[in-house]
Design a protein around this ligand. Structure first.
Ligand code: GSH
Length: 324
C-alpha cells in the first residue's frame, strides 16, 4: 500500500493521525470524459471520442468502485467495445500488481496488463503523467490511442458508459434518466457518504470515536433503505437506476467482508428482509453474477490490510451471500 510522489513510489499506509483517527478519501485526479460523436468537441481537451476498441479498463475484481464500471460494461453491452483486465487481489508494498496466479484466474476477466506488460498499476499512472503525485487507485480507464488515462473516477466512468456508446451498441437503457436525476443525486450522496465510503470509514478508523462516527450513520442509512424497499423494488421505484448499482457493490461485500473485517457488525444484510431480497434481485439480474468474484473480494481485504488483520487468515464463511 502506498502512493506516488512526483512519479516515485512510496510504500505508506493511510495517515489518520492528522485527522483524529478518521479515514479521509482523496479525490480522483484524471477527470476527462468519453463523449458520443454528436457531442464531441475536438477543441475541448477533456473530450475523448467514444470509439469501439479504443479504451481499456483496469479493474480489481475485489474493489467495489471498480466493480461498478464492470457492471455498467455488462449492462450497456460494452464487452466487445471496451477491453478489460484485472490486478492481483493482494495489494501490498507495491500497491496493485499485475501478477498472474492460477488460483486467481477469473472466468470472465483476464489478469495482468495486456497493453504494456507492466508489473505494477503505478506504472500506468506514471506512463500517463511521469510527475503524478497521489494514490494509485482502480478503476483506470485507459486510452490506447493517445496513451493516457481518461478517468480514474468510477462515478464518472459509469455515467460515460451509460451514454457515450449508445449509438454504437443500440443499447439506450438509461440508468440516469432526466426525470430522476435529482433524486438519484440525493440518494447517491447519502449512500456514498454513509454506506459506500461509510464501511471504509468504519474499517480504517484508528480511534473509537472515529469508528462510532462512521458505524452509526451507516446503520441509520441501512435502516432507512430497508423501509424504502418495503413498497418498491428499487431505490427510486420500479426502475433500476445507477443508484441501485452503486449500492449493490457494497451490499454484496457486506456480510462476507465489511461485517467482520471492517467491524460493521450491528446487523448483517441477511438480517434485513427487504435488503436481502433486493440484493438477490440485483445479483440475479442478467450478466451480473459473473461480475462478482468472491475469491478476489475476500482475499483482497483480509490479506492486504495487515494493520487490521495481521494473521492474514481469510475466513471460510459466510455460507450464503443472501437468503434465497
Ligand atoms: N473515487 C475512486 C476511488 C477508487 C478507490 O479508492 N479504489 C481503491 C480500491 S477499492 C484503491 O485502488 N485503493 C488504493 C489506494 O487507496 O491506495 C473511484 O470511485 O473510482
Amino acid at each position: 500500500m502506498g502512493l506516488l510522489v512526483e512519479g516515485k513510489w512510496h510504500d505508506q499506509w493511510y495517515d489518520t493521525k492528522a485527522t483524529n483517527g478518521k479515514f479521509v478519501r482523496s479525490q480522483s485526479q484524471f477527470r476527462n470524459w468519453l463523449v458520443a460523436p454528436q457531442d464531441y468537441d475536438e477543441n475541448n481537451p477533456h473530450h475523448f471520442l467514444a470509439e469501439s476498441g479504443r479504451y481499456h479498463l483496469y479493474v480489481s475484481l475485489a474493489c467495489p468502485w471498480a466493480h461498478r464500471t464492470l457492471i455498467f460494461r455488462q449492462l450497456k453491452n460494452l464487452t466487445e467495445h471496451i477491453s478489460v483486465s484485472c490486478v492481483h487481489p493482494h495489494m501490498l508494498e507495491n500497491g496493485w500488481e499485475f501478477k498472474h496466479e492460477e488460483r486467481f484466474i477469473d472466468s470472465q476477466v483476464e489478469s495482468g496488463d495486456p497493453l504494456h506488460n507492466f508489473d505494477f498499476a503505478y506504472q500506468i499512472y506514471t506512463k500517463a503523467d511521469p510527475e503524478y503525485s497521489g494514490r494509485v487507485t482502480v478503476p483506470i480507464l485507459w486510452d490506447k490511442k493517445t496513451n493516457t488515462i481518461v478517468s480514474n473516477e468510477s462515478a464518472e466512468i459509469i455515467r460515460m458508459f451509460n451514454m457515450a456508446f449508445n449509438e454504437l451498441t443500440g443499447n439506450t437503457i438509461d440508468f440516469y434518466p432526466d426525470h430522476l436525476k435529482d433524486d438519484i443525486d440525493t440518494i447517491n450522496d447519502r449512500i456514498y457518504d454513509t454506506v459506500n465510503n461509510g464501511v471504509y470509514k468504519s474499517g480504517f478508523a484508528t480511534t473509537q470515536d472515529a469508528y462510532e462516527e462512521a458505524v452509526k450513520p451507516l446503520f441509520d442509512t441501512l435502516d432507512f433503505l430497508e423501509t424504502t424497499l418495503d413498497s418498491q423494488r428499487y431505490l427510486l421505484g420500479d426502475q433500476q437506476t445507477e443508484a441501485d448499482w452503486r449500492l449493490f457493490t457494497t451490499l454484496i461485500r457486506f456480510d462476507p467482508v465489511y461485517f467482520g473485517h471492517f467491524k460493521c457488525n450491528l446487523k448483517r444484510i441477511l438480517d434485513y428482509p427487504n435488503l436481502n431480497a433486493y440484493l438477490k434481485r440485483l445479483y440475479t439480474t442478467e450478466n451480473i453474477a459473473e461480475t462478482v468474484n468472491m475469491n478476489h473480494i475476500k482475499q483482497h481485504y483480509y490479506y492486504s490490510h495487515d494493520t487490521i488483520n495481521p494473521t492474514r487468515i481469510v475466513p471460510n464463511g459466510p455460507n450464503e451471500l443472501f437468503r434465497t
